[in-house]
Ligand binder design. Sequence first.
Ligand SMILES: Cc1ncc(COP(=O)(O)O)c(C=O)c1O
Length: 534
Amino acid sequence: MKKMLILLITLIIINLSFFSGCNEEKKIVDTDGDGYEDKFDAFPYDPTEWIDTDNDGIGDNSDDQNDKTSNFIFIEGKGSYSTIQEAINSASINDTIFISKGIYFENINITKSINIMPNSKDFIDMDNEYCAHNYHPIPVVISKANGVWVYDPEGRKYLDCLSAYSSQNTGHCHPEIIAALKEQADTVTLTSRAFHNSLMGPFLKMLAEVVGPHINDKGSGIMSLPMNTGTEAVSTGLKVARAWGYIKKKIPKNEAKIIVCRNNFHGRTITIAGFSSDISAVRYYGNFGPYTPGFIIIPYGDAEELENVILETGPEKIAAFLFEPIQGEAGVNVPPEGFLTRVREICTKYNILMVLDEIQTGFCRTGEFFACDHENVKPDMLLLGKALGGGVYPVSAVVTTKEIVGPDVIKPGTHGSTFGGNPLACAVAMKSIDIHLRENLAERAKEMGIYFIKRLKEVSEKRTKIPIKEIRGKGLLMAIEFTEDARKIVEELKDNGILAKDTHSTTIRFAPPLVITREEIDWAIDVIEKVIIQ
Ligand SMILES: Cc1ncc(COP(=O)(O)O)c(C=O)c1O
């Protein structure tokens, strides 16, 4: 057995040296010089030629099996083969042979250094087989990314207009964030909070200095609680608000109420699902019940109703009002001008914590560092996540004051997370904050957002396939609301090189990385126009 292995390796080496000597030159047409052949490249390759009749994620022009058969074997730029052996015989060194699932490597004599890659369809099939179907993804597989662009295993290029739900503000794989991640990964990654580590203090000090000025600190100083995902930051914020309510506001035990908004999205734990108004998707028709009591739902953007509900319930029983400054998942719902200011006044008047979930809107997304800055309003508590992790690592935090989360409210053992505040997360988050500030991404999002929305409005004036109800947004958090289901439009955008996602079926959100250029927006608008007009 050992001898046979040595013989096979020798054979491969002999063949390697033989083929490296006579490696034939491939003719690559790459007009934009980005390393991708024009025929696999969405920019500036004309995307109308991307026809995919068998829906396997491979454009017909590079798919020799566009006849609804799922099995295929092909080599980029060379064609298709009926057996792997045939493909290997025709391959040059370093060619990639694409094969689909269900083709086996029995009796194959591999004598060359070649790459054998599964294709998009294989990855999608694998997800469907092994992953719970808790999402309904657009049928595209991302295997590489850089800046605003992402690539599938076949090398096709797409403009990312979702940014992992606004987590990729700084652009995919920002070199400085990746360098910080790698450097920290080589040093120390996870200690748990059983011990101190040398990065959490500097990170939370940075949050106090950078985020602190946006908080309603009445002199007690800024203090944070680090977690990992956005949902955890929300859960933590709720616990802190209730504890503050009982300990500081003296709400009678077990009577604390928290007011939230209709169409909110704060995550998907049982408590958070319980106060969602999305009966079908989040509450799942009660299949996740019983839910946590103590939440009151009011209409979004209605400050008058907020005050009415406070008075009806009794202000002395209300710990907090939790809401998003712009409702992202609900379809980019922007509240009426002055809403945040009025909420601040009401919360101050009745000693109720104003808790802002800026997990999606924070870190420059809407054209200000935080969305509350549009009205110069300071909440009592900011919930942060997504872009805080620089698009590479989950990092979230509750940023508030010592009066609210200090040692007389949160004591050892009352809350925790093994990974919260770990050194890797802290290194990445510090770099992410630094880049948002240094690259002036708030200003950039404001300028590019105004331009993107203006161009979308121009397109909407034409006759569209599905009538448009509204175009709205702030900074680079934008949406087109159609009068009917828009999933088909989203899939056509994908086929033409733009990745976006429908929300609540009729609305398509556009939230590209904040580093997008004017030229890239122009290209996106051309594609959007081509897809949505009649
Ligand atoms: C406003 C808001 N809050 C909380 C969350 C939950 O964040 P995560 O998915 O990181 O748990 C989201 C996610 O989309 C969100 O948009």
